[in-house]
Design a protein around this ligand. Structure first.
Ligand SMILES: *Cc1c(COP(=O)(O)O)cnc(C)c1O
Length: 482
């Protein structure tokens, strides 16, 4: 098949001839123009300016394999974002399709509410307990990262109720953090533009500043000193509210959607120290960081801290089907388990098809040593290529990241840490050059983000880095900087 990559690890789905023909026919039914017209007429996209999108028209993605996507015009695009940070095992893995097909025939759905359970959710829970750090042995399921963080709030409040500490109600989060887009997820997150559109928010959620050194450090602070100061804002906020009123702190180990912002090594140990000192639960939102992104199974392991709760989604199923989860540290799980009803659940909590796909996905990550490869081989190679390629580049201010995630800070004057006055516009210019160069690279304001499938090989990494270089060079040229 023409769309196979040179990567031997990918198995081509062996479809029966009839269904292959049927799916081909379905894909070839409409021209790009027809797709765009219907999309504009009937589909409201997430996080989009629909008027503007409908005028320019969406790119129609029709298939994918490995780290590549194909659009309806036949363009082959390298996916530097693993979809939305989620397709960790890459596209086209037959093992996941087979797991879903088999489970749909065996038991497509049953609930786990009323004294029932089923094999896939049991297998998944046992496997997660095996893969997660030792103290994480219990998991609650939902359908997304947002629902995971809603669930976190429920667990946090239930936990403090079981401890008789009913006044512990406040949750502290961070500006420019992302925790999803349900009302609770959006409120927990610190994205100003989302808060502006949300008149009614969840109560008792407050924010401290983010550990964004390049953009926010003043004076001569080192990255370590700055990160420590930002962590200590947590202590100040706790003292302001009163430790008896604070239930939890939540943060992404590194901020993903906020721009792949990596705090210096001093940050998380200090956050943990403060949480322990004031008896506050520490929640790591691992929705992006989980399942190998940093070369560790979970990003908090990279940063060396021990959360009480972890939020999971995205890489849990590599995005093949929706699923989210919350992992509970033994000390939290014990309190929840031993203290009566936990009044929370979703129709699809532990959905058998999602659970079966998650099991197949996690086994691939484990058995093909994909996470190990990110840590020891492809991750270091990716980071080295980026840092070498963009060393002394006229508009690259810093490169953040580890493993297979990176943020490239666009800057007016990199050495002086001076950002562009119109950073968002510059990011958009760069993203458009990537788009036209058949590279998916995301822009968050003036930071360009990469988070490719974890199965990417070195040749494909070279392709991403050289396409990113072309786009960033073209951006500098358009801005008249060289
Ligand atoms: C994507 C994301 C979420 C939300 O997940 P959804 O599945 O989109 O609801 C939550 N937290 C983080 C860190 C994320 O990146």
């Amino acid at each position: 098949m023409s769309y196979r990559t040179e990567e031997v690890a990918y198995v081509q789905p062996a479809q029966p001839a009839a269904s292959a023909q049927a799916s081909q026919a379905a894909q070839q039914q409409r021209s790009t123009a027809e797709y765009r017209a219907l999309d504009a007429a009937h589909h409201i996209h997430p996080f989009s300016d629909m008027g503007s999108l409908n005028r320019s028209g969406s790119r129609v993605i029709v298939k994918a394999q490995g780290v590549y996507l194909w659009d309806s015009e036949g363009n082959k695009v390298i996916d530097g974002m693993a979809g939305l940070w989620c397709v960790n095992v890459g596209y086209g893995r037959k093992e996941l399709a087979d797991a879903a097909y088999k489970q749909m025939q065996e038991l497509p759905y049953y609930n786990t509410f009323f004294k029932t359970t089923h094999p896939p959710v049991i297998e998944l829970s046992a496997l997660l307990a095996e893969l997660a750090p030792e103290a994480f042995n219990h998991f609650f399921y939902c359908n997304s990262g947002s629902e995971g963080n809603d669930t976190v709030l429920r667990i946090v409040h239930q936990y403090w109720a079981t401890q008789g500490k009913h006044s512990k109600k406040f949750v502290i989060s961070r500006k420019n953090g992302y925790h999803g887009s349900t009302i609770a997820g959006g409120t927990l997150g610190g994205m100003g533009y989302m808060h502006e559109q949300m008149p009614s928010k969840v109560e008792n959620i407050v924010h401290i500043d983010q550990p964004y050194f390049f953009g926010e450090a003043q004076g001569n602070l080192t990255p370590e000193e700055f990160a420590l100061a930002r962590a200590q804002q947590l202590e100040a906020k706790i003292l302001e509210i009163g430790a008896d009123n604070v239930a939890a702190f939540i943060g992404e180990p590194f901020q993903g959607a906020g721009g792949v912002i990596f705090p210096a090594s001093t940050y998380w140990p200090e956050i943990q120290r403060i949480c322990r000192k004031y008896d506050i639960l520490l929640v790591a939102d691992e929705v992006i960081g989980g399942f190998g992104r940093t070369g560790e199974w979970f990003a908090h392991q990279h940063f060396g801290f021990e959360p009480d709760l972890i939020t999971l989604a995205k890489g849990l199923t590599s995005g093949y089907v929706p699923m989210g989860a919350v992992g509970l540290h033994d000390r939290v799980a014990k309190a929840i388990i031993e203290n009566g009803d936990f009044n929370h659940g979703l129709t699809y909590s532990g959905h058998p098809v999602a659970a079966a796909v998650a099991v197949a996905n996690l086994k691939l990550l484990r058995d093909e040593k994909i996470v190990d490869r990110v840590k020891n081989d492809t991750g270091p190679y990716f980071q080295k290529q980026l840092r070498e390629t963009f060393a002394n580049h006229p508009i690259i201010g810093e490169i953040s990241g580890t493993g297979l995630v990176a943020g490239l800070q666009l800057a007016q004057d990199p050495k002086a840490r001076k950002r562009f006055a119109n950073g968002g516009d510059v990011g958009t210019i760069c993203r458009d050059f990537c788009f036209n160069g058949n590279l998916i690279m995301r822009a968050t304001g003036d930071r360009m983000l990469l988070s490719p499938p974890l199965v990417i090989n070195k040749l494909e990494i070279d392709e991403i880095v050289s396409k990113a270089k072309k786009a960033i060079d073209a951006t500098a040229q358009q801005l008249g900087i060289s």
